[in-house]
Design a protein around this ligand. Structure first.
Ligand code: ADP
Length: 314
């Protein structure tokens, strides 16, 4: 099964004609719904058919109760670090072109502690795959990855958001790293002497991308998500078996996107679920499923609640 360690936020979303300028007051269409990268990815893994656990911190408030009810409805084994802070929130403005600005109130998410995670070691050890992101305290994410790896659980890190300080220790603890283009460019800049413009990644020759991935994560697999262009995969060459190839692209599904919010989260949850279900199968098969799953998620508006119900192998 899959265990996700990460954030839960109540998203407050305003759709406006334009984004507000400094000092400006606008009106927009409002809706609220559950989000947070961790929770989105846990819902995706569960709806992709994986037995899923979610480790997070929640406040004693409506947001916290909402998270518990939603996790239960999707059959997620929720383990909560009770926080005296309010449950995490995100204020999101979206303009007509789909551009957004976001302010996150980490709240309870900032309380997810190393000590509490240490007490969840058995849950981490029982999983086939641990999936985490960088919306939680980084020392706690690192602790979860170390505990998981020590127990033989495969560690998957989605290094998002791009402006989070992804420490070298975190990279070293990841068996599978899943940046989008912006995150990949930011990681290269932070951790290597190489530079790449995020807009140039999809057009970069595969052999060159592979070399950059190997420089960034010599010991692990790198999966760069490329939006409508699908994903690029780079494997450590000495771990390949039989007919495996070290690097390749997997095309995205043909979809009519209405809202790409959470597409990366859908991809990560689905990839973890597919890998956990059949880890001995060719990795490309899991990436194909993740692309299909993430593509479908863009056809619905919203974050966690837009995750499709599409089981691995279904
Ligand atoms: P993020 O949401 O983190 O920016 P991407 O934009 O790379 O991540 O999207 C993640 C995945 O979602 C892609 O690898 C692809 O599978 C799917 N996806 C995103 N946008 C589209 C699209 N326009 N058409 C088809 N699939 C898409």
């Amino acid at each position: 099964h899959v265990v996700v360690v990460g954030s839960f936020n109540v998203d407050h979303v305003w759709n406006c004609a334009t984004l507000p300028r400094l000092g400006e007051t606008l009106s927009g269409r409002y809706h609220t719904g559950p989000g947070g990268k961790g929770f989105n990815q846990a819902i995706a893994a569960a709806r992709a058919g994986a037995a899923t656990g979610f480790l997070c911190a929640l406040g004693n408030d409506d947001g916290g109760r909402q998270a518990r009810a939603l996790a239960e409805a999707d059959g997620i084994d929720l383990r909560v670090h009770d926080s005296s802070q309010p449950t995490g929130t995100a204020g999101i403005y979206v303009d007509e072109a789909g551009h957004n600005t976001i302010v996150i109130g980490a709240g309870a998410n900032a309380d997810l502690s190393v000590a509490w995670l240490g007490r969840q070691a058995a849950a981490l050890a029982g999983a086939r795959v641990l999936l985490s992101q960088l919306e939680s305290p980084l020392d706690s994410v690192l602790e979860a990855m170390r505990l998981a790896r020590a127990a033989g659980t495969i560690t998957m890190l989605n290094p998002a958001p791009a402006n989070a300080q992804c420490l070298r220790e975190l990279l070293a603890a990841a068996d599978i790293l899943t940046p989008n283009e912006t995150e990949f460019a930011a990681l290269l800049e932070r951790h290597t002497s190489h530079r790449i413009d995020s807009d140039a990644i999809a057009g970069t020759p595969d052999a060159q991308l592979h070399r950059l991935c190997r420089t960034l994560l010599p010991r692990g697999t790198v999966v760069i998500t490329l939006g409508a262009a699908g994903a690029f995969v780079s494997h450590r060459e000495d771990l390949l078996r039989g007919d495996d190839v070290p690097f390749y692209r997997v095309a995205a599904g043909k979809v009519e996107p209405v809202d790409t919010t959470g597409a990366g989260d859908a991809f990560n949850g689905a990839l973890a679920a597919a890998y956990a279900a059949a880890h001995a199968h060719p990795f490309a098969e899991h990436v194909r499923f993740a692309n299909r799953y993430a593509g479908l998620s863009t056809e619905h508006v919203g974050a966690a609640l837009a995750m499709p119900r599409l089981a691995v192998g279904g």
